[in-house]
Design a protein around this ligand. Structure first.
Ligand code: FES
Length: 152
């Protein structure tokens, strides 16, 4: 039996006739064409799929659609929706923190989630927030620089 879920994504309420057990990442990418969250491991371990739920970072590959019904979900597409880049995005560009870029959306969402709740994080807090976001290119130095710049 298919249920129906109201999902609020990037400020818009979407009425979705989907099984509540469907992974949020699958819904975002396949049903809503929001490709900011990436599929990496599918196991909650790499951070590529990171989104914000009620302002806090969450791994959309291991959250069900039903778990976020009625809650505020923001993807990378929802940052800078006012037509201006989010300061985190600006910092990542300024520090040239991308190589292949696959992990970057999740990194940006993780830093945004950190800054939402801690405006001036310490270096340890920044490292702690990002330590489970994996970058196979090894650009962690630039990514940490960007996160630090975004917090200034
Ligand atoms: Fe979700 Fe890796 S794809 S944490």
């Amino acid at each position: 039996m298919t249920d129906s879920i109201d999902l609020r994504v990037n400020g818009q309420v979407r009425h979705l006739p989907l099984d509540p057990a469907t992974p949020l990442l699958q819904v975002l990418r396949n049903d809503l064409c929001l490709n900011g969250p990436k599929y990496g491991c599918g196991l909650g371990q790499c951070g590529a799929c990171s989104v914000l739920v009620e302002g806090r970072v969450a791994r959309s590959c291991v959250i069900s659609l039903g778990a976020v019904a009625g809650r505020d979900v923001v993807t990378l597409e929802g940052l800078g929706a006012s037509g201006r880049l989010d300061p985190v995005q600006t910092a990542f560009i300024e520090c040239q923190a991308a190589q292949c870029g696959y992990c970057l959306n999740g990194m940006i969402m993780t830093v945004r989630g950190l800054l939402n709740h801690c405006a001036q994080p310490s270096p340890d807090q920044i490292v702690g927030a990002l330590k489970y976001n994996l970058c196979r290119c090894g650009t962690h130095v630039e990514i940490l620089e960007a996160a630090t710049l975004a917090a200034e």
